[in-house]
Design a protein around this ligand. Structure first.
Ligand SMILES: Nc1ncnc2c1ncn2[C@@H]1O[C@H](COP(=O)(O)OP(=O)(O)OP(=O)(O)O)[C@@H](O)[C@H]1O
Length: 602
C-alpha cells in the first residue's frame, strides 16, 4: 500500500515544480477544482487497484478478508484509507522539490509509519511493556493516528485478530481456556470504538481525510497572503532597520534617468483611475532574504496601457524573471504593489490570476498530452463554448504553425516547438495582459516571425503584452516601449526610437580598403575631421568607427566620406545610426560601459 499510495505525489510535485499548476491557476482553475479533480481521479485509480488487490487475496485464499460479506468490510477499510492517505500524500508533497525524491521519501515515511508505527502502537497499548505515564502514552498513541498507514496497519491487524478469534472460538469450543470466547466478546461489533476494535481507526481515517484536504486548501489560498505579510511586515522591516545604508542607497527610488523618475512621479502623484492602466507597478521591491540578502528588484514603478507591448531588457540576473514572477503571483513582493485591471496583487490575487496569461522562462507543459489536447483543456478553462473550441484551438495552432504536431505527445517535441506551444497557450486566453518570458528562445527564424505576428495581432486586439527577450531585433520590432533593467533597477524607459534618439549620439562608420597602403593616413584623417571619434575594431582592412553625431549631420558625414573614398582608395563604406543593441550594451553593463567611457565618444 505504501508503494501504491506514495505514487500519488509524482504528478502533484511535477506540476508544481514545472509551474504547470501555476499556469492552470493563472488560466482560471480554482484551487478547489484543481485538488478535487486530482483527488477524484487518483481515488478512481486507487479503487481499481484495490479491486486487483482483492483478486490477489481471493486467489491466495486469505478467506478472512473475502469470505461472506467480508469483501465489503475490507474494501471499506481500503477506501477510507485511500480517502485519508491520498490527501496526506498531497499535503506532504508540498515540501519536496523533485518528484523522484518525493516518491522515495514518502514511500519510506508511509512504510515505516505503517510497520514501526504498528509496533510502537502495540507496545503503547501494553501497559506492562513500558513505564510511561498515561499522558505520554496517550499523546504518543494519538499522534500516530495522523499517519494513514498506521491506521491501516492497526485496522487490518485488529480486523484479522478479531475474526481469527471468532473462527477459533467457533471451531474449538474448549479453547476458551486460552481465548475469551464469551458471547459478549464474540458477538461484539468490529466497528465498536472500544480498544482492539477498528471503529476508532475508521473514524480517524474519515476525519483526517477532511483535515488534510482543508489544510491543502488553506495553504493554497492563504500561503500567498502569509508570505506577503511576512515579507512586507516582518522581514523587510527588520532589514530596513539594520541595513539603513543599503536601503537609502539602493532602494530609495532615486532613479538614474529622468524618464524613469518622471514615470514614478506620474504614478505616485496621479490617482489610479486616471492612469487607466492595465498593469500598474508601484514602487516594487523584491529582496530574497538569504545570506547575504539578494536585492533582485529595486523600487521600480511603471504603467502599461491596453494594446501596449512593453519590453523588459537586461543581462542575465538583472531581475526580469523575478519581476515577472511577482507580476504573475508566483513570488510575493517585499514592498510595493502591482495592480492588474485595478486589482491589487497583494490583496486580490485570485482576481489578478484570472486576468493574466503567462509563458514562463521554462516550458510548463503537461508532457503526456498532445498539443491539441492541452489546448482544448486550456480553451475549456478559459470558458470557450464547446461548439467553438475546435475552431478556436485550430486558429492558435495555425498561428504558430503547430498543426502538423498537434497530435504528437508533447514529450516528443523539440525545444523550439515546446516554446511555440507555451506561447500559444499564453496568448490564447481571454486575459487582459500576457507575460512572455523570453518566448522566442530556441525558435527558428520562421517561427520567430510567426510569433511576432501573433504578438502584434494580440496587442491590436487590445491586450497588453509584457515581454522579456535577449533579442534586440525582436524588441525593436515588437515593443511600443521598453525599459533596460540593470541590477534590479530601470536604467532607461521609453519607446525604442526615443531611446535611440536620446542615447544614440553616435554614428557607426564601417570602412573597407582595397589595399591597406593608405590605411594609416585614413586613420589620421578621421581623427582630425571628426574630433572625438573612436576606432572600435580593426580587422583585415576593415575599420569600424564610432563618430559623434553632434555637429555632424548625415549630409556632412556622407559628403566627407565620398571625398575620402577617392582620396584613400576605399572599396566601400557605410554609415548607420546606433542600434538598440548598442544602447543596451551602453546601459546594461555598467562596468564595461564605465571602462569604455574613457575611450569613447562623449
Ligand atoms: N529563488 C531565488 N532565491 C534567491 N535568489 C534568487 C532567486 N531567484 C532569483 N534570484 C536572484 O535574483 C537576481 C535576479 O534574478 P532573475 O532570475 O530575476 O534575473 P533575470 O534578469 O531574469 O535573468 P535571466 O535573463 O538569466 O533569466 C539574481 O541575482 C538571482 O540570483
Amino acid at each position: 500500500m505504501a508503494l501504491l499510495i506514495s505514487g500519488y505525489c509524482l504528478l502533484t510535485v511535477t506540476e508544481r515544480t514545472t509551474k504547470t499548476k501555476h499556469i492552470q491557476f493563472v488560466s482560471g482553475v480554482s484551487v478547489i477544482v484543481y485538488w478535487l479533480s486530482a483527488l477524484l481521479w487518483d481515488f478512481i485509480v486507487f479503487f481499481a487497484s484495490c479491486f486487483l488487490i482483492m483478486g490477489v487475496i481471493k486467489y491466495h485464499k486469505f478467506d478472512i478478508y473475502v469470505m461472506d460479506y467480508h469483501i465489503l468490510e475490507t474494501m471499506l477499510i481500503f477506501m477510507l484509507y485511500g480517502w485519508s492517505a491520498i490527501p496526506f500524500v498531497y499535503l506532504i508533497s508540498f515540501v519536496f522539490s523533485g518528484s523522484t525524491s518525493a516518491y522515495i521519501k514518502l514511500l519510506l515515511l508511509n512504510y515505516f509509519s505503517g510497520t514501526l508505527g504498528f509496533l510502537i502502537g502495540n507496545i503503547l497499548e501494553n501497559k506492562q511493556l513500558t513505564s510511561m505515564s498515561n499522558t505520554t502514552r496517550t499523546i504518543l498513541g494519538n499522534s500516530l493516528l495522523f499517519f494513514p498507514n498506521y491506521n491501516l496497519a492497526k485496522c487490518i491487524g485488529e480486523y484479522t485478530s478479531i475474526y481469527e478469534m471468532k473462527i477459533l472460538c467457533t471451531i474449538y469450543k474448549n479453547l476458551s481456556v486460552y481465548l475469551n470466547c464469551s458471547k459478549e466478546n464474540t458477538e461484539k461489533s468490529i466497528y465498536s470504538l472500544e480498544e482492539f476494535m477498528i471503529g476508532k481507526y475508521l473514524i480517524v481515517m474519515s476525519t483526517t481525510g477532511f483535515i488534510f484536504l482543508l489544510l491543502i486548501f488553506l495553504w493554497e489560498t492563504t500561503s500567498w497572503r502569509l508570505r506577503t505579510f511576512l515579507n512586507q511586515h516582518i522581514f523587510f522591516r527588520i532589514y530596513k532597520r539594520y541595513r539603513k545604508d543599503i536601503v537609502a542607497k539602493e532602494l530609495s527610488g532615486q532613479s538614474e534617468d529622468e524618464d524613469v523618475q518622471n514615470e514614478r512621479k506620474r504614478i505616485l502623484e496621479q490617482p489610479q483611475e486616471l492612469l487607466n492602466s492595465t498593469v500598474l507597478i508601484k514602487e516594487l521591491i523584491k529582496i530574497y532574504f538569504k545570506s547575504p540578502a539578494i536585492l533582485a528588484v529595486k523600487n521600480i514603478s511603471l504603467a502599461i496601457q491596453k494594446g501596449e507591448c512593453f519590453g523588459l531588457l537586461g543581462y542575465n540576473g538583472a531581475g526580469k524573471t523575478t519581476t515577472f514572477q511577482i507580476l504573475t503571483g508566483e513570488e510575493s513582493p517585499t514592498s510595493g504593489d502591482v495592480f492588474i485591471d485595478g486589482f491589487s496583487i497583494t490583496k486580490d490575487i485570485l482576481q489578478v490570476r484570472s486576468r493574466i496569461g503567462y509563458c514562463p522562462q521554462f516550458d510548463a507543459l503537461l508532457e503526456y498530452m498532445t498539443a491539441q489536447e492541452i489546448m482544448v483543456m486550456y480553451a475549456r478553462i478559459w470558458g470557450v463554448s464547446e461548439p467553438q473550441i475546435g475552431l478556436y484551438v485550430n486558429k492558435w495552432l495555425n498561428s504558430l504553425d503547430l498543426e502538423s504536431h498537434a497530435d504528437k505527445l508533447i514529450r516528443t517535441y523539440s525545444g523550439g516547438n515546446k516554446r511555440r506551444l507555451s506561447t500559444a497557450i499564453a496568448l490564447m486566453g481571454r486575459s487582459s495582459v500576457i507575460f512572455l518570458d523570453e518566448p522566442s528562445t530556441g525558435m527558428d527564424p520562421v517561427a520567430r516571425r510567426l510569433l511576432w505576428d501573433a504578438v502584434t495581432k494580440t496587442c491590436e486586439s487590445g491586450k497588453a503584452i509584457v515581454i522579456t527577450s535577449h533579442s534586440m531585433e525582436e524588441c525593436d520590432a515588437l515593443c511600443t516601449s521598453l525599459a533596460i533593467m540593470v541590477q534590479g533597477k530601470f536604467m532607461c524607459l521609453g519607446s525604442p526610437q526615443h531611446l535611440k534618439n536620446k542615447f544614440g549620439n553616435i554614428y557607426i562608420l564601417k570602412v573597407k580598403f582595397k589595399t591597406e597602403a593608405k590605411l594609416e593616413d585614413f586613420k589620421c584623417y578621421v581623427t582630425t575631421t571628426f574630433p572625438g571619434s573612436v576606432l572600435k575594431h580593426e580587422n583585415q582592412g576593415i575599420l569600424n568607427y564610432y563618430i559623434p553625431s553632434k555637429d555632424n549631420r548625415w549630409g556632412k558625414v556622407f559628403g566627407i566620406l565620398e571625398q575620402a573614398k577617392e582620396q584613400f582608395d576605399l572599396e566601400d563604406y557605410s554609415i548607420s545610426q546606433i542600434t538598440l543593441e548598442q544602447v543596451f550594451l551602453t546601459f546594461a553593463n555598467p562596468e564595461k560601459a564605465s571602462s569604455d567611457e574613457e575611450n569613447e565618444v562623449p
